[in-house]
Design a protein around this ligand. Structure first.
Ligand code: AHR
Length: 331
């Protein structure tokens, strides 16, 4: 367990005192630097994936508001869905000697080197929303986020139940999230495992729409052109489903009737589409991770033990449930 906080604070004070008296301070590279801001606040460096979806916007708001509420000095970076930007941001945070680094990894692989750099600098790292596939789990303190496999499975199980009386093939198209990202990999896995219960349910096309509305629309247009009979769309998030609605309507089909639409997230626009009968089912993925994250930041900064995995509590929505929940939906 990391116990360097008090010594880092002491070093910060001593360094300031030495500088104030004109004496050059000798850095202690083992400490990872002064960390806490001049005002004594904890400094958190947070690298966000981007602004690709309604979910992401709600997640960013939650993190910024929670940091303010918790009195944490937040250094926020938007990686614009690029891993190289996230690596650059994390290296900047290390250089700035922030107290804690948190990030939502755009993809699962390729983090070991930079995480090792943070560990060597004695800066604890928290994974939030998405995880990494590093074999060395000592490179981060904890992972706070959803069970994406479960979300895919819940979506698939609902479909199995709906189509249990189907006499012939049910053609499914799948709009995947960002290639290589944990939610895309895991939702695909969970959904695939669940629909294996009924051999009539077949994924006839599957492609990435990068979690964006534009991507969802464009890929759905291609699906519709290439496949005369599409019965079901499984979109890995609401935004891609919403983009696909435009393509489906433009192709002269009725979303929610001619094509059953299942998505993940349950952001306001998605819930509205569900309540309006254009979507048929949503597996929830909550973006409101800010308060729990700030709590963890304080704990790891204080050297307290935290669970290795904290799973977000989530539910699912049918059209009727969406109508009930919509008036109180905050995001
Ligand atoms: O990692 C969470 C996923 O990322 C959300 O489902 C999606 O909307 C977002 O872009």
């Amino acid at each position: 367990m990391r116990t360097h906080l008090p010594s880092r604070k002491v070093i910060a004070v001593l360094t300031a005192a030495l500088l104030a008296t004109g004496v050059a301070a000798c850095g202690n590279s083992d400490t990872g630097g002064s960390g806490s801001g001049d005002d004594g606040k904890i400094t958190l460096g947070f690298s966000q994936v981007g602004a690709e979806s309604g979910w992401r916007t709600a997640n960013t708001t939650s993190i910024k508001e929670a940091a303010t509420g918790a009195g944490i000095d937040l250094k926020f970076d938007d990686a614009q869905q690029k891993q190289e930007n996230q690596i650059k941001a994390i290296r900047n945070f290390i250089q700035q000697k922030v107290d804690v680094i948190a990030f939502s990894p755009v993809v699962e692989s390729g983090w070991d080197t930079v995480l090792k750099e943070a560990k060597d600098a004695k800066i604890p790292v928290i994974l939030t929303d998405r995880s990494v596939d590093s074999a060395d789990t000592s490179l981060y303190k904890t992972f706070l986020g959803s069970d994406f496999v479960k979300e895919g499975r819940l979506a698939g199980e609902w479909l199995v139940e709906q189509k249990k009386a189907a006499a012939g093939p049910v053609n499914i198209v799948e709009l995947q999230g960002t290639t290589g990202s944990a939610p895309a990999n895991d939702r695909k896995k969970g959904f695939g495992e669940a629909i294996a219960a009924n051999p009539n349910l077949k994924i006839i096309a599957s492609q990435s729409g990068d979690f964006t509305r534009a991507g969802g629309k464009q890929v759905m247009e291609q699906f519709l052109k290439a496949n005369p009979k599409i019965d079901v769309l499984f979109a890995h998030n609401d935004d891609m489903g919403l983009g696909a609605l435009e393509a489906i309507t433009a192709a002269g089909k009725v979303p929610g009737k001619d094509i059953t639409i299942i998505t993940v997230d349950a952001v306001k626009d998605g819930m509205q589409a569900l309540a309006d009968g254009k979507f048929n089912f949503i597996a929830e993925c909550s973006p409101l991770l800010g308060p729990q994250l700030m709590d963890l930041v304080k704990k790891v900064h204080n050297g307290e033990a935290v669970p290795a995995r904290i799973e977000t509590q989530e539910t699912t929505f049918t059209q009727e449930q969406a109508k009930e929940a919509l008036p109180n939906r905050k995001y």
